[in-house]
Structures are given as C-alpha cells and as structure tokens.
Design a protein around this ligand. Structure first.
Ligand code: ARG
Length: 683
C-alpha cells in the first residue's frame, strides 16, 4: 500500500484564498501562502464600504502523488482505503488498479459499508454475485478494513474504527477549514502543476437595473454563489461575473423620468428603490399616453378600410407620438447608443450607484463579484463580427428587413427561429449575449463558463450555444454550460412589492428578530444571519430543477431540516466547546482510542466522507448534495449528546469527546461556508 496511515509523509500546502474587489473590470487575486488570518477586510474594503466582510475560503493541495490518477490519499482519507482496496483486488483479479479505484464508490447510508464495489462494473465475464463472493473471500487480512462481505453483486467494505478515527480526527483538527478541499482537482495538467489552475467564469445573479429583483435573480444569486465556492475549494480559478440588465430603451425612459420625478438626494441615499419609483411613475405616464394613441390608430384603421381620407388623423397621431414618453425614450436611448456624453453620464451614474447598493446586499449573502459586466458593456464590433461570421457560415438570413437565424434549417428543430438584428438595425438580448460570449473567451481564455439562469430562459441559452457553434466556435460552445433552476412561487412580502433583495430579506429577518437572543452580543446581526440562512436553506432544499413555494413560516422554523436548525446545531457545538473550558488547540492530542461507542464510531465514519461529498458535489453541482449530508450529520449529532456526554466525564474521556465534537463542528462549518452561509457561534 502506498500510504500507510501513520507513516505517510504528508506534504500539504495550505492556502487561504483572498479576493480583492476589482479595481478595473478585471479582478486581482492573491494566493497567500501559509494560513493567514483575514478576519476583516476593512483596509481593502474601505473604498466600497461593505457592511460585512465576505469570508474567505481555505484551500489545500498536495504534491504527493499516488500512482492512481485522481487519487489523493493525503487530502482525502477515503482515498487511503480506496487505494488499498483497489491494489489488493487488482493483484487478485489482474484488473488494472485505476479501473478498480474508479469504481469503489461511497455509500449513501452507513449500514451499506464505508465503501462498496459493484463488481459488474469491472466487466468481467462471470456471474456478478459469484464474483462478489470470490472477491470478498480472497481479500487478504488488513489492518485498515474488516474482512469484506458480499451482498448480491456488491462487495461491502467497513473500515476498522481505530485507524480511521486517528486519521480523520487528526486531520480535521489540523487542517481545519481546508479539510475536504482539494486544490489538485482544478489543475490544468495534474501531472504538471506548473501549468496552473483551470479558469472558470460563473455568471450569476444578473438583475436588471431599475426593475424588480425577482425570485429568479434570488435563486441565481444563491446557486451561483454556491457554485463559485465549490469550484474554489476544488482549486479552480473562479471569476464571479454579474451580467447586469443595464442597457436598452428603458434607460432612456428612466433618464427622462428622472427629470420629472427624480431627486438627487434620494438617488444617492437609496438608488435601487428610488430608481424603481421613478420607473413606475414614468411607466404610468406611458400607459396614460398609450390609450389615445391606440384609439387614433384604430380610427385610422377603420377609416382606411372604408377608403376614407386619413391624412388629418395621421397628422394628429404623428404629433401625439412625437411628444410621447415612449418616443422620447427611444430618442434618448439613441443618443446613448451614439455615445452622447451627457446622456451617458446620467446613465452611468444610475449604474454606478446601483452597483454600490447591490454590493452591500450581496455582502450579506457572502458574495462579492469579481466583475460587474452587463448588456451595456458589449462592444458593437463584437456583434458586427458575429453577424459577419453568421453570414459567411450561411447561418443567418434576412426576413422582412430583419436578420434571423432559422434553427430548424440547421439541425435544431426545437430551437425555432430567432431574430438577430431588428428591422431598424438594433441588436437584441440574444445578439448581445452572442457578442458577450466571444468577448469573454478572448479576454479570459476560460476553461469553462457557467450561466446560472432560470429555466424560463432554457430556449435562450440553447439558442446562444447553438449559434456559437454554428458560427464556427464549436469548441467555445462546448466549454459553456447553462445551470438552470425552477421557479419560486408566491414570493411576496408583507410590505408588498419586492424591489430588491433587501425587501425579500426584510420580512424574514423581522420574523427572526421577534425571538430574543439574550446570549448574543449583537442580536440584530444574528437575526440578519438567521433570516438569510432561512431563505438560502429553503432555496437549496431539493433539486435545482424543482420549484418551491416561498414559505416564511416553514423556512424560519427550528423544526425540520431548516436553516435555523442548521445554525442551532453549529451554535450548540460552539457552546459546548466554551463550556468544556478545554484548550481547543490541545484537542488534537486527545486519546481518540477512548471513542469506542457506536455513536462515536459512526460519527467519525460520516466525517470521513466529507471530502468525497465535496467531490461528488463538484459533479452534481447541486447544493442539496452538501445540504443533505449536513442534515445527516446534525441528526446524528443530536442523538449523540445524551450518550457521549462531555461535561461531567473523566478528563481524558472528556477531551476525546470534545475532540470528536470539535471535528464535527469544523466539518459543519466547512459545509455551511461552501453553501454560502455564515455559521453563528451563539444564538
Ligand atoms: N438580466 C437577465 C434577466 O433578468 C438575466 C441575464 C442572464 N444572463 C445572460 N447572459 N443572458 O432576465
């Protein structure tokens, strides 16, 4: 066996990843060697004045290699076991060790073993049940695992408690926040780390300035933040990008509306809500004017049908249209497109103030973007280049003065037709995305790009990727992925309209505020954190594709698998640590062999799975993969407290049990952080 438990020479580099806010559109990132403590980012954040610091994630990687590709025994305890199992079975069956390694799977429940091998996957011509019995019977005596057992076509492996306990608890208490992470996963070339990390762009949240931040944006924000964390702890270079809806005729409308209804002070104080108010008021004007215009149009139509003279009515209509807000907005937007400085200055002010406000709210969710891009940022050359490519490739065609792509003619029946250039020569939402995808490729040379957007836009993204492919960028299209999600139903708040994330969070936080947090230093902050946790955990419960009902009562309850329950479990472990009055830095020297009770053994087995859970999550890209693991653990914890008491036990037993609980707290904390939650220490 390549790595024996006690003797493994471990070389593990631990980094703390710290993200700086972008100074330009590109972000600065720093890898700080050694575990630096960054509890506050106030010095760097001063310019943006974020109310809460965005917690950094830790990452560890290794330069110690196993002969098996993808196997990292120094980072993942279960790899010690997989390597051992694969090596022994390989000797016995003559199947390559890496093939067996890849098929030794984790189990969903501990009664099925710690690892399991479905022998049919080895593609040996033999009855699987017979083969399983044979493999189990021929497995040599081992210090690490009990003699394996065959169950149908599976061979089940149970770890011996003592070595597992020592490895797992020892590692968690040493590696702390880095336990479970694996920086080697994100290497461009695992055999040559000097080639660097793979780069991923995750585009998420992407609200529209001056329009409500709806449930789709909320989910995109939560899921996108989670995905950014997963890729980060897997060693990728992650670029978090917000693609704002910040361009179009509606900004002309908004700018004009601001002249009538706007107020500088209100804008600076609360840009999002103020701009939204302006937007609502000016839209009311538009609908008011729409009535008479429509009426005239009707009259003209009927007169024309009777071949009557319509010259006067048409003159009247032209006058009405000319002074209408809609037309003014069109003209204003035209001047923006033409680069008129004054028009652009006002728009830029709206955009910048809104971004400042967004940043503060995102910080409450532990999210900071590296890039605020947006529809406005796409160069017209990128779009023109795209038209040319499409034309050259015979993908686009003209239709009634517009340029369209008819996907049905290009082997994609389901995608229908899409307009690329309007009759008046202006680009559309899709057109900008086509420009954006190539711009991003040129600028970032990413290995992968993920769009986190609601299922309602499945067609849009499928069209985007298909056009990209048809234009001749097949490779680029293959590096892009749409991560979609279902709808949230019934998200209204007591105060009515949801305008921004703050409105969504307000009621939930108010609800949490009702509870008295007597022990807590800063009850308002705790209520805020609990409220946010409630919303996020409800969102992450269930698969992404499923929608759910926004249910204030259910999500804020302490009963069931909720956010508050998770926070409570964490706070309880913290409280236990405080009450024990033990030195946490000494826990790693505890005598783990005293942890012989079944509850302790099982808890260790579950903690051993965390690195595998993270790996699996990097495949499923589902927050529920992490969440359901954490709930399994917290359930197990709550049934352990009566059996494995800390307070009142003999000193050495007390220290050993505290080491176990401290390890559980660490893994719970690591898991919550990956989900984007801020674990509380008291409540
Ligand atoms: N702003 C858009 C909306 O609110 C979402 C943008 C999604 N991303 C993209 N690249 N199209 O609907």
């Amino acid at each position: 066996m390549g790595h024996c438990l006690s003797g493994a020479r471990r070389f593990t580099a631990i980094f703390s990843l710290l993200r700086f806010p972008p100074t330009t559109s590109r972000s600065l990132k720093c890898l700080i060697p050694h575990r630096a403590q960054f509890t506050s980012r106030s010095s760097i954040m001063a310019s943006t004045s974020l109310p809460a610091s965005v917690a950094a994630l830790s990452l560890q990687s290794t330069d110690q290699r196993s002969e098996i590709p993808g196997c990292f025994p120094t980072l993942n305890p279960m790899d010690i076991y997989r390597e051992h199992i694969a090596t022994e079975i390989s000797k016995n069956l003559g199947v390559p060790v890496e093939k067996i390694y890849a098929r030794v799977a984790w189990t969903n429940t501990l009664d099925k073993g710690d690892l399991s091998l479905p022998v049919a996957s080895l593609q040996i011509k033999k009855n699987p049940a017979e083969l399983a019995s044979e493999v189990a019977a021929n497995f040599p005596a081992s210090d690490l695992i009990h003699p394996p057992t065959a169950l149908g076509p599976h061979v089940q492996f149970f770890c011996k408690p003592q070595p597992l306990r020592n490895t797992v608890l020892g590692r968690i208490l040493k590696e702390k926040a880095a336990y479970g992470t694996n920086g080697n996963q994100g290497q461009k070339d695992p055999s040559d780390p000097s080639k660097g990390q793979k780069k991923i762009i995750i585009e998420f949240s992407s609200p529209n300035i001056a329009k409500p931040f709806h449930a789709g944006h909320l989910r995109s924000t939560i899921i996108g933040g989670f995905l950014a964390n997963i890729y980060t702890v897997m060693g990728w270079n992650v670029i978090k990008m917000n693609y704002l809806g910040d361009w179009g005729k509606q900004y002309g409308l908004l700018a004009n509306g601001f002249k009538y209804f706007g107020n500088e002070d209100a804008l600076v104080k609360d840009p999002i809500n103020h701009l939204f108010d302006v937007y609502v008021k000016v839209n009311a004007l538009v609908s008011e004017q729409d009535g008479p215009i429509k009426e005239l149009k009707e009259q003209i139509k009927t007169k024309k049908e009777k071949s009557e003279d319509v010259a006067e009515l048409e003159a009247q209509l032209a006058k009405l249209v000319d002074v209408s807000e809609d037309e003014k907005a069109r003209r204003y937007f035209k001047s923006m497109e033409d680069g008129e400085p004054e028009a652009l200055a006002l728009w830029r002010k709206f955009r910048e103030l809104s971004i400042e406000k967004y940043k503060q709210t995102y910080a409450r969710l532990n999210i900071d973007f590296d890039v605020y891009s947006g529809e406005s940022q796409i160069k017209s050359e990128s779009m023109t280049d795209a038209y040319k490519l499409m034309e050259k490739a015979g993908v686009s065609e003209s239709s009634e003065g517009a340029v369209i792509v008819d996907f049905t003619k290009h082997g994609a029946k389901k995608l229908g037709k899409a307009i690329i250039v309007r009759k008046d020569g202006t680009p559309l939402y899709l057109t900008r995305d086509i420009g954006a995808i190539t711009e991003r490729d040129d600028e970032y040379h990413f290995d992968k790009m993920i769009y986190v957007v609601a299922s309602q836009q499945d067609l849009h993204l499928a069209q985007l990727f298909k056009v990209t492919e048809l234009m001749g960028h097949k490779d680029l299209a293959s590096r892009c992925q749409h991560i979609n999600f279902g709808m949230v139903r019934g998200m209204s708040t007591r105060k009515g309209t949801v305008k921004f994330l703050d409105d969504i969070l307000r009621d939930v936080v108010m609800k949490k505020n009702d509870v008295k947090y007597a022990q807590v230093e800063d009850p308002v902050k705790t209520a805020d954190t609990l409220g946010i946790t409630s919303v996020m955990v409800q969102d992450m419960t269930g698969k992404r594709v499923n929608g759910y009902d926004f249910n204030l009562d259910a999500m804020t309850s302490f009963e069931g698998d909720t956010g508050p329950y998770l926070q409570y479990a964490h706070a309880r472990l913290c409280s236990m640590t405080r009450k024990s009055e033990l030195d946490v830095n000494e826990l790693v020297n505890a005598n783990f062999d005293l942890l012989t009770e079944q509850h302790a053994v099982d808890l260790v087995r579950l903690l051993a799975q965390w690195p595998d859970v993270l790996l699996n999550t990097a495949k499923t890209l589902e927050p529920i993969t992490v969440l359901s693991y954490l709930f399994r653990m917290t359930h197990m914890l709550s049934s352990s407290y009566d059996v494995l008491k800390v307070i009142g036990s003999e000193p050495d037993v007390k220290q050993a049990r505290m080491a176990l609980y401290a390890s559980a707290r660490q893994v719970l904390n690591n898991g919550m952080r990956v989900l984007g939650l801020n674990p509380v220490e008291r409540m």
